[in-house]
Design a protein around this ligand. Structure first.
Ligand SMILES: NC(=O)c1ccc[n+]([C@@H]2O[C@H](COP(=O)([O-])OP(=O)(O)OC[C@H]3O[C@@H](n4cnc5c(N)ncnc54)[C@H](O)[C@@H]3O)[C@@H](O)[C@H]2O)c1
Length: 344
């Protein structure tokens, strides 16, 4: 198995790569532009393996990607490269349009050219796995769940750019027969996540005694999944999913933002006591267009592909906090370089 992974130096991409290179019969080729959210140190374990290659490139670079596909002759492309932070998309949307929409288009075209020249089994078994988000469906009311048939209704420039990419991917299946798969996952947490998203930002701020900014009333609900469970699901979709289909991935772990932040404070108090840590919580002006509630119904991936999450939220949140405590050298330089502390 030879697989090209875009965005492999990011949070979910690096988890995918680390799981994949552990199998010596899999060759893993990472394509990454190394934007602010990438960390090449996340791939340190993989870098020493003979079945790993890193290529510094932009998914928008049609020629570079085309050359790489010709050289590597992959059985699959797993597309994770994206601009991913909603707040950044609200401030400056153009990198989201460029990478998430134009980049996905360019990658699809380069892949189509490569795939259409393949023969026999290699062509038939080739897969293009597009990694997307449940945010494409917009917000739920107080009740309910997203399913594969939920109408697209994105709220932010980020989710709109991911929705556009999803539509391109399904069009490349319907029009050209490129064997694509789409995975729409809920919010991920775990090690090696850039500390601007809710969980890692709250961990590092609470550790340093800095304010803990929470949007609005803190009652927004997200459905949380550990990154290792997400990656196991992606591998199942890749190996057993039906081309042209989308699969929703979620671990049935809906939590309110405020409850997550208090859990983080209380667990950190056990490990690194700090007086009045919960008092660091600040309710700040709500995010523009802030979705109230996300929740996934994962019945399709459970019944069709036999996937089940292995991690339970409270335990895996603690192990994530432990990881940030034990790996300051991974995240401290990022904080200094990108002033990520003020956002979430
Ligand atoms: N984090 C989540 O909770 C979550 C949930 C569902 C879906 N997703 C999706 O999963 C994918 C990965 O998310 P993540 O959280 O790991 O993001 P991340 O921001 O940690 O990593 C993104 C990676 O993509 C790379 N990249 C960005 N632009 C690129 C370009 N033009 N060319 C090549 N590489 C580029 C970055 O350098 C980085 O390594 C994204 O497509 C995202 O939309 C994320």
């Amino acid at each position: 198995m030879r697989v090209v992974v875009t965005g492999g130096a990011g949070f979910i991409g690096s988890e995918f790569v680390l799981q994949a290179v552990a199998d010596p019969t899999t060759r893993v080729v990472v394509v990454d532009k190394l934007t602010y959210s990438a960390n090449i140190n996340s791939l340190a374990v993989a870098a020493n393996r003979p079945n790993f290659r890193f290529v510094h490139a932009d998914v928008c670079d049609y020629s570079a990607i085309g050359r790489l596909l010709e050289e590597e002759q992959p059985h699959a492309v797993v597309h994770l490269a994206a601009e991913t932070h909603v707040d950044r998309s609200i401030v400056v949307s153009s990198p989201f349009i460029e990478t998430n929409i134009a980049g996905t288009h360019s990658l699809l075209e380069a892949t189509r050219l490569y795939w259409s020249a393949l023969h026999g089994r290699l062509q038939k078994e080739f897969r293009f796995l597009h990694v997307s988000t449940d945010e494409v469906f917009g917000s739920l009311g107080p009740e309910g769940h997203f399913t594969e048939t939920t109408r697209y209704d994105p709220s932010s420039p980020y989710s709109a750019s991911k929705a556009a990419a999803d539509h391109l991917v399904s069009a490349w299946y319907r029009t050209y027969g490129l064997p694509t798969l789409t995975a729409n996952c809920s919010n991920n947490y775990g090690p090696r996540q850039f500390p601007e998203k809710l969980i890692p930002l709250m961990i590092v701020n609470a550790l340093e005694g800095r304010p803990l900014p929470i949007y609005g009333d803190g009652l927004n609900v997200r459905d949380w999944i550990h990154v290792s469970d997400h990656v196991r699901a992606l591998n199942l979709v890749l190996s057993k999913g039906r081309p042209g289909q989308s699969y929703l991935i979620g671990a049935r772990a809906e939590r309110r933002n405020i409850d997550i932040v208090t859990l983080i404070c209380d667990y950190l108090d056990e490990k690194v006591p700090h007086p009045g840590r919960r008092d660091l919580i600040r309710f700040v002006e709500d995010r523009l267009g802030h979705d109230r509630h996300y929740a996934i119904d994962p019945t399709k991936i459970e019944t069709e592909l036999g996937w089940r999450p292995e991690q339970s939220f409270e335990t895996a949140l603690k192990s994530t906090i432990d990881w940030y405590l034990d790996n300051r050298a991974w995240w401290e330089p990022l904080m200094d370089a990108h002033e990520a502390r003020a956002t979430q």
